[in-house]
Design a protein around this ligand. Structure first.
Ligand code: PEP
Ligand code: MG
Length: 325
């Protein structure tokens, strides 16, 4: 199969009935940008900026951040890079940010990601400046993690816009800035009518989203087999989000691990999600799946299955996939 994936490396992820999907990679280190050429991906759909913080002995300064972002943008060339502001705190231990690594009982639901960034605005301002300056003359794409309510997005965006003004008063800024929201806390899905008109793109973090939807710790091995990404609850939830976003003309991407599995990605195509940011090793298998897929047919199948869900959705989809190559 390796040879098969290599053979389609430079071919686009287009379905048999002509739907152009986009396949981007998740990354976190400067070296990861090399995965773009190795896989033929469309860009970096999730750059986890906290990696630099996690591997540093001290808080990375604005210059160190700037250098990393600049390096990644240069390696990506014309291909888009979506930077996610830091998702630190909770269970991600940072010795130099002692109060952000407390012994919270539920760290995943604790003081982390955008919650921490908004409370520690000095930290977020430094990251904003580093991103804005690194993207000089280019498009800057930035998204915020763990948004629970639209006001958090607004506050983060306002902070960025103030920094853009500041930079532009002194030197050329980015050619354009696109702001996105991550949907990984279920409450945000109820507020999409408020959020969608304010964002350029929506990125669904299915790793966190599913643990919050099912109230099931994503790191607990005893629960790993219990709830399935292909469960009707998740697929119906995501279909509703995809429909609302499509109606508002806002592009949607899945950036969780779910999108990197061919069967799951097939189901996502069937509910109207065509953009994925996944681990580099998954690009070949998912592209091969898309190139053999009839999106119209899988859409009809998903509609029927979600109208009257079988007990074993995975089996139903596996059987269908086998029959349709
Ligand atoms: C997610 O939650 O799905 C996601 C992409 O973010 P992370 O895995 O970094 O929490
Ligand atoms: Mg997440």
């Amino acid at each position: 199969r390796r040879a098969e994936f290599a053979a389609i490396r430079s071919l686009p992820p287009i379905s048999k009935d002509g739907v152009r999907a986009t396949l981007m990679v998740n990354a976190g280190l400067a070296e990861d940008a090399g995965a773009l050429d190795a896989t033929g991906a469309d860009g970096i759909g999730l750059f986890r900026t906290e990696f630099q913080f996690l591997v540093s002995a001290a808080l990375p300064g604005r210059d160190a951040q700037y250098r990393l972002y600049r390096q990644v943008l240069e390696a990506a060339g014309d291909r888009p890079v979506v930077f996610r502001t830091v998702d630190i705190g909770g269970d991600k231990a940072l010795p130099y940010l002692a109060d952000a690594t407390d012994e919270a009982e539920n760290p995943a639901m604790g003081w982390r990601a955008l919650r921490l960034s908004l409370d520690r605005s000095t930290l977020m301002k430094a990251q904003a400046r580093a991103l804005i300056e690194a993207a000089e003359g280019r498009v800057l794409r930035v998204m915020f993690p763990m948004i629970s309510e639209p006001w958090e997005y607004e506050e983060a965006r306002t902070l960025f816009e103030a920094q853009i003004e500041w930079v532009k008063a002194r030197r050329p800024g980015p050619a354009r800035v696109e702001f996105g929201a991550m949907l990984e806390v279920p409450s945000l899905a109820e507020m999409l009518d408020q959020l969608l008109p304010r964002i350029n793109f929506l990125s669904i973090g299915t790793n966190d989203l599913t643990q919050f939807l099912f109230a099931a710790d994503r790191a607990d091995p005893r629960l790993a087999e219990r709830y399935d990404w292909l469960s009707p609850a998740i697929l119906r939830f995501l279909r509703r989000v995809a429909r609302e976003a499509a109606a508002a003309g806002v592009p949607v991407r899945v950036c969780g691990e779910m999108g990197g599995r061919p069967l799951e990605a097939m189901a996502l195509m069937g509910i109207g999600i065509h953009n994925f940011s996944i681990t580099p090793a998954a690009i070949g298998p998912v592209k091969a799946m898309i190139r053999s897929l009839d999106v119209g047919a899988v859409r009809g199948k998903l509609e029927a299955l979600l109208a009257k869900p079988p007990r074993d959705m995975r089996k139903a989809l596996t059987d269908w996939a086998k029959r349709h190559s």
